[in-house]
Design a protein around this ligand. Sequence first.
Ligand code: MG
Length: 376
Amino acid sequence: MNPAPEALAPYAAYEQHSRGRRFKEPAPSYRGEYQRDRDRIIHSTGFRRLVYKTQVFVNHEGDLYRTRLTHSLEVAQIARTAARALHLNEALVEAISLAHDLGHTPFGHAGQDALNQCMQDFGGFEHNLQSLRVVDELEAKYADFPGLNLTYETREGILKHCSRKNARELGTLGERFLNRQQAGLEAQLVNIADAIAYNNHDVDDGFRAGLLDLDQLCEQPLFDQHYDEVQRRWPDIEDRQLIYEVIRRMIGHVVNDLIENTSSVLAAKAPATIDDVRAQEKPVVGFSEEVREMHLELKKFLRENLYRHNQVQAMNEQTQLMIEVLFERFMSDPGEMPLSFADRAAGDDADMARVVADYIAGMTDRFAFSEHERLT
Ligand code: MG
């Protein structure tokens, strides 16, 4: 059941109606515009670095844990399935998915919190806005324009959330945060696919790391119902397979619910175009109430039991300190950064801090470790 591209729903993103690229370019010969976006993202430096960036576990803690790269691929996989079923633009959801975490610092959320703290007096640091900065400015590969010059719709999807203050500086792209409007359906879909991916793979990684156990997990209604079914079917199944069989069912459960619930909301609201979707008061893509609650509960459970687990916290404290040290070091001696950054660090303190933040945010976990060692 794979709808051909021409079977796009009227409210999907059509590239003929795209709001375009910041710098005009000739149309590609054998690809669509959103395919070209995806290809530029895959060829970017930022994308290659995702392989050595922390999702929850720091890169050197084990080879089997998710990294930002495998997380992004899982998001794309989930979002593409739902996009096809909903007759949305699959190439666009793939592009947004692969780019959505490009702005993440090394060391996951701990790294972002530390960098944000360092940047308090200089406008703060926010990974979502940084992802946009990466594709709009920091990737410097093309002779004709800064960044990757992606389409409006891909950039709209990358900017999931944004403070009103930052939104005011972003022109058209920031308007929806000021006017309480929505992004297109493809962007909304990737946002939820992101949560589906991490909720499920963090259960897997947390269990693998021995930080979550089956008794705890069975207190989660979403986990428990599928656990019972797998146990009934294969009473002697070993734990690793059991977890996998449960997780694949959980993903199937929530993705099917997402598709079915979104379909009926779309049928009721019947938006005629992507601009009708954008004008809605609330997002259209979403779970049924029952699944939304279970999914939210699982997210809370992971926050309390995995992301705040002593062992994860201990690593977080160590890596946050490293980010602070690196920030101070580069601020007092910008010459320690590569020339392409040091040259840009000529303005006032705020300008310099932004350059330092760009440099640190771009680091992989292992590069941050080695820079820290070199400088201390
Ligand atoms: Mg993500």
